[in-house]
Design a protein around this ligand. Structure first.
Ligand SMILES: NC(=O)c1ccc[n+]([C@@H]2O[C@H](COP(=O)([O-])OP(=O)(O)OC[C@H]3O[C@@H](n4cnc5c(N)ncnc54)[C@H](O)[C@@H]3O)[C@@H](O)[C@H]2O)c1
Length: 340
């Protein structure tokens, strides 16, 4: 992947950041945001819809906040840059708020949230996305799958990193189901005529439903305001679609809020209480048919432990796509051989 991105015109730092981000998503089991994205990312770079250069501009700055113009560069490097800037501010003044406009698809939010949590901070990350989900009650798309992630540092327990789309599922899961010729569960999406569907192709033409009906819609509204109205990026229907719009740039927005976890309580006391709450949750009696109570983010952490040991299982279609790209970009033969 690194070689593909280098050949597609990115510098070394961006190529490594994007490649490792995609691998980290696969490691966590978030396959919808893993290496299956190389094709679309390179296509948009190739067509000049994403700027190959990384030159973020600081538009407005205070001791606690920074607004960045990404200059239409790749979303993943600029989101890393933005989160690191938010952490730096939080470490200095207690809180760091960073907004990014003129950005692109930034993948799996957990990767950014984790940067802050590793620095003993509480963090909230959001990004908006191309219109695909109706406000609850409508049958026409308006909001994106607008994900939100939060992170809480723990003591002896593992840090909490939650990360969810506000749609019933991330659209990437429907795209992956289509690539794999699989049906999707009923209730995920409506077809273009507003009927429930199990066909991913129909779902992609129609709408993805909000999670928890009006509640998911309510959170998607907040994510939209923080990521776009607040930062100056485009919102909902005005965002260029990643997969179908090859005329316009995306103008996605990202938002990071980072708070030093010792703002109110001593850090050790705070972490001790997080640990205590986690342990109390684990000891609760199980609902019928349930084998384990998971903590937010625990499933992805378990996936990561397993996949770091056993490797990442990739679908045939993803491998084929990587091989085709690698050949097209004339990546070293020895690397391609490892894939085939
Ligand atoms: N960049 C973008 O435009 C964009 C858009 C949408 C989604 N995404 C990404 O897609 C990814 C997948 O989102 P998703 O909504 O499909 O995730 P998901 O539904 O698989 O999981 C959401 C969260 O719920 C937690 N969870 C799942 N089961 C649980 C259980 N039984 N108990 C406790 N917690 C549980 C998970 O740990 C995770 O933190 C995220 O990483 C998100 O950032 C990105």
């Amino acid at each position: 992947m690194r070689e593909i991105f280098l050949k597609a015109g990115l510098d070394e730092e961006q190529a490594i950041l994007i490649s490792s981000h995609l691998v980290k998503a696969n490691l966590r089991g978030v396959d919808s945001h893993g290496v299956s994205r190389v094709g679309i990312y390179t296509k948009r770079l190739e067509q000049g819809l994403v700027n190959k250069e990384f030159k973020p501009v600081h538009l407005k700055e205070t001791p606690v906040s920074l607004l960045i113009d990404a200059g239409n560069c790749s979303g993943i490097p600029v989101a890393h840059y933005g989160m690191n800037a938010a952490v730096k501010k939080a470490k200095t003044v207690g809180i760091g708020v960073v907004g990014i406009q003129n950005s692109n698809h930034c993948g799996m939010l957990a990767d950014y949230t984790r940067i802050a949590v590793d620095e003993d901070c509480i963090a909230i990350s959001t990004t908006n996305a191309p219109s695909t989900m109706p406000p609850w009650g409508a049958k026409e798309r308006f909001f994106g799958t607008n994900p939100i992630s939060y992170g809480i540092p723990a003591g002896k327990e593992e840090n909490i990193i939650f990360d969810m789309a506000t749609s019933k599922v991330a659209k990437g899961k429907i795209i992956l189901a289509e690539k794999r010729n699989q049906q999707i569960p009923l209730g995920w999406a409506l077809s273009s005529d507003g009927a429930p569907t199990v066909d991913p192709a129909e779902a992609l033409k129609g709408v993805v439903l909000p999670v928890g009906e009006h509640k998911g819609y309510g959170i998607a509204f907040l994510v939209e305001c923080l990521s776009s109205l607040f930062t100056g990026a485009a919102y909902g229907p005005y965002i260029g679609d990643l997969y179908t719009n090859f005329n316009d740039k995306q103008n996605v927005g990202q938002f990071f809020l980072v708070m030093r976890a010792d703002l109110f309580q001593e850090i050790e006391l705070f972490k001790q209480r997080v640990d205590q709450m986690i342990q109390e949750i684990r000891r609760l009696p199980l609902m019928e048919g349930v084998e384990k109570i998971y903590l937010p983010g625990e499933i992805e952490r378990d996936n990561e432990l397993e996949r770091r040991e056993k490797g990442i299982p990739l679908g045939r279609e993803t491998v084929e796509e990587l091989v085709t790209l690698a050949k097209r970009y004339k990546v070293q033969e020895s690397l391609i051989d490892q894939l085939v």
